[in-house]
Design a protein around this ligand. Structure first.
Ligand SMILES: [Zn+2]
Length: 277
């Protein structure tokens, strides 16, 4: 079992003890594609999966979801959150057992999600009073301290429903001087890098597991380079035994090869960016 670098009380102490200022952005890896991003007054949680719902669901089946790392925090211990995202309807990105407790302690948070997953949101989000912001690629949501843009994701392929709305998206979060791209699940596709080049991306968070519809570490490193990301952080590994990857196999060597700046985080570890102008 992989032990998080920081978890529970230690993680919370680090989050609350980190200064909240306009000139810095801090993020913590919560596991799989989950990140807490803190900038000034704004706390955003990308795609949290902080339960064992998939392990329970698939126990004893042909696709067991055996956990290989410990949970960093219970979802109802993350407070003062304004934005929670879900990039698509798969449970590791839209989890009832995470969202229920999280919104119970964050009644003023908004859920930003793919419009095509409305029926899943209705089924998995217990509280009807949660502010829901349905997105498809090209949409943007404005908050007091941030703008969130939805970008199409190809979770193997780009899929749209009968209304032309995307089943899988990623998000660009602009907050103050910082721009963060969280791709959600997917592989590179024609036009993705071009779409992202119009943003001035400081940090890209990209999957590296290289299976189940996701890019591998080499593709992630090359995509980060193409979109001009100042820094790239790998995600979507170290959660389930059947669906993981080692960042040192492809991601790190390719970043080194192409000269892409990167950081590999441990679970619960903080990454701090400071304004560099
Ligand atoms: Zn996933």
């Amino acid at each position: 079992m992989i032990e998080p670098l920081q978890r529970d009380d230690v993680l919370l102490a680090d989050i609350s003890g980190t200064p909240r200022e306009a000139g810095r952005l801090d993020l913590w890896w919560l596991g799989q594609s989950g990140y807490l991003v803190q900038h000034d007054r704004l706390r955003t949680v990308f795609d949290p999966y902080l339960s064992d719902s998939l392990t329970t669901k698939y126990a004893g089946t042909e696709k067991p979801h055996d956990r290989i790392s410990g949970r960093v925090i219970e979802p109802d211990r993350l407070t003062d959150v304004r934005i929670v995202t879900s990039t698509h309807g798969h449970t590791d990105h839209l989890d009832a057992e995470t969202l229920g407790p999280m919104f119970a302690v964050n009644p003023h948070a908004a859920l930003v999600y793919a419009k095509t997953t409305q029926s899943l949101v209705d089924a998995r989000l217990e509280s009807a009073s949660v502010q829901q912001i349905a997105m498809t690629a090209g949409d943007r949501a404005e908050f007091d301290d941030a703008t969130v843009h939805a970008v199409a994701a190809a979770h193997d392929e780009i899929e749209v429903d009968e209304h032309g709305d995307h089943r899988y998206v990623g998000y660009v979060l602009e907050t103050g001087v910082f721009t963060v791209y969280h791709s959600g699940d997917g592989v590179p596709y024609d036009g993705l890098a071009e779409a992202l080049q119009s943003f001035d991306i400081d940090l890209a968070i990209l999957p590296i597991n290289g299976k189940v519809g996701n890019m591998n570490g080499e593709q992630a490193a090359r995509l980060a380079d193409r979109i001009g990301a100042e820094l790239v952080v790998p995600c979507h590994y170290d959660m389930f035994a059947f669906n993981t990857a080692d960042p040192n196999d492809q991601f790190v060597p390719t970043c080194e090869e192409v000269g892409q700046a990167y950081r590999v985080l441990e679970l619960g570890q903080r990454l701090s960016l400071t304004q560099s102008d």
